[in-house]
Each structure stands twice: as C-alpha cells, then as structure tokens.
Ligand binder design. Structure first.
Ligand SMILES: C[S@@+](CC[C@H](N)C(=O)[O-])C[C@H]1O[C@@H](n2cnc3c(N)ncnc32)[C@H](O)[C@@H]1O
Length: 221
C-alpha cells in the first residue's frame, strides 16, 4: 500500500524527467490551464523545498525571468544557479529579504506551503497561512500580478475565496490530477491583482515587517 502511494505514476515520471518532487506536475497542469507563469516573469515561491516548483517556474520564465524561493528547510542540490533561495519562515521574513530590489515587486506569487498536519485543525491552519499571504500581497505582488496557492479544503475555504475575489480580477479553484485522491488540498488561482481592494486586510498588517518596501508609483495602500 505504502509502496503504491509512494511510487505512483507522477513519482516515477518525476524521477525520469529530473524533477525533485512529484508536485512538479501539479504546477505544470495548473499553469497549463490558467497561464499563471509567463515568459520573463519574476516569481516568488513560498514553501519551495525540495524545489520542483522552482524547477518548473525557472523553465517557464526563461532566461529573462527571475525565481526566488523561501522555505523552512533547505532545497535539494541540483537547482539552476540562477534561482535564489532563502531559508526561513515566510510569516517572519521581511519583504526586503525576498524582493530583488527597492521599488520592485514579483509578477507571480506561488505557495505550496502546508502547515504540519496533525489531523486536528489542519484546514484552519492552512487557511490561516493563506490569509497571511493575502495580508502581505501589497508587499510582494505587482499590480496585475498573479497568485497560485495551495489550501486544504474545508468550511473556511468559501470565505478565503471570497476575499481573493476582492483582490483579483479573476479567481478560480482547481484540483490537479497529480493531487492524490485522498488529499484535501486544492489550489486557488488569482489573475489580475488589484492592490488596495482588500477590505479584510487587518490594520496592524498595513505596516510591513523587516523595513518598509520602497513605494511603487501609483501604488494605493
Ligand atoms: C509540499 S512542500 C513544497 C514542495 C515544493 N513546492 C516542491 O515542489 O518541491 C511544502 C513546504 O512548505 C514549507 N513551509 C510550511 N510552512 C512554511 C512557512 N511558514 N515558511 C516557509 N516554508 C514553509 C515546508 O517546510 C515544506 O517544505
């Protein structure tokens, strides 16, 4: 049973095609369907270890793009040298540690972050992690930018989707074929970020951590 789950079709395909994890195929399918990552984009990957999404993002942005990742754990060896990674907790990391420079924002924020699962409250912890990402989008995402983030399905999902619909022109919720049948994960994809349109953002989060990111012309906060 364990062997069947561990060595499924996507696991074998990842080994064959040189991806660091089977989750590469989740991003590939979702991106093929919604065109989140585009040539030349700057991409921030939250929860990037071992690094298969970094690999996919790097392929898709091409030589003119930029990929930055953060994770509590180090990534596996063998990633392209152009990818920049930070070891740390995203919720505690200042924007200036991830942004490529002052006055800069990413075109895309990806998150495959998941809380440690205990079987109790996993859904709510996963939604809280996503809420933290949305709270901080002004710090990281350019106007018009795109997001793709994992969340565990459950009763608080509808409110999170509603909030995302306030922040993005186009929101969809998709579960890729590479997600295991038993998994409660699903993915929210938002296209066309509209800064300053989030009515749910907490006031105490309006001041960014780790030093203020430089203002962007035309930015409304
Ligand atoms: C499913 S794995 C990501 C797999 C990755 N997308 C890939 O394709 O290689 C989820 C990752 O999220 C990371 N993570 C969870 N909470 C985090 C946080 N607060 N800050 C940074 N990373 C976090 C975990 O350490 C874990 O490596």
């Amino acid at each position: 049973m364990a062997k069947r789950v561990l060595h499924d079709r996507y696991f074998k395909q990842a080994k064959r095609e040189g991806y660091l994890a089977r989750s590469a195929y989740k991003l590939i399918e979702l991106d093929d369907r919604r065109h989140v990552i585009r040539d030349g984009d700057w991409v921030l990957d939250l929860g990037c270890s071992p690094g298969s999404w970094l690999q996919v993002a790097s392929e898709r942005v091409g030589p003119d793009g930029l990929v930055v990742g953060i994770d509590l754990k180090p990534t596996s060896p063998g990633l392209p040298r152009s990818i920049r990674t930070v070891i740390g907790d995203f919720t505690e990391t200042g924007a200036n540690e991830l942004l490529p420079g002052p006055n800069e924002r990413f075109d895309v924020v990806l998150s495959d972050m998941a809380p440690n699962t205990s079987g109790h409250g996993d859904h709510f912890r996963s939604v809280r992690l996503c809420e933290t990402i949305v709270d901080r989008l002004d710090e990281f995402l350019a106007p018009g930018g795109r997001i793709l983030m994992k969340v565990f399905d459950g009763e608080a999902l509808a409110d999170l989707i509603k909030r995302c619909k306030g922040c993005f022109a186009d929101v969809s919720v998709l579960k890729p074929k590479a997600s295991r049948d038993v998994s409660v994960e699903t993915f929210i994809i938002g296209l066309g970020y509209r800064p300053g349109r989030d009515r749910h953002r907490r006031d105490d989060l309006r001041r960014p951590r780790g030093g203020p990111p430089a203002p962007v012309e035309g930015w409304s906060s």
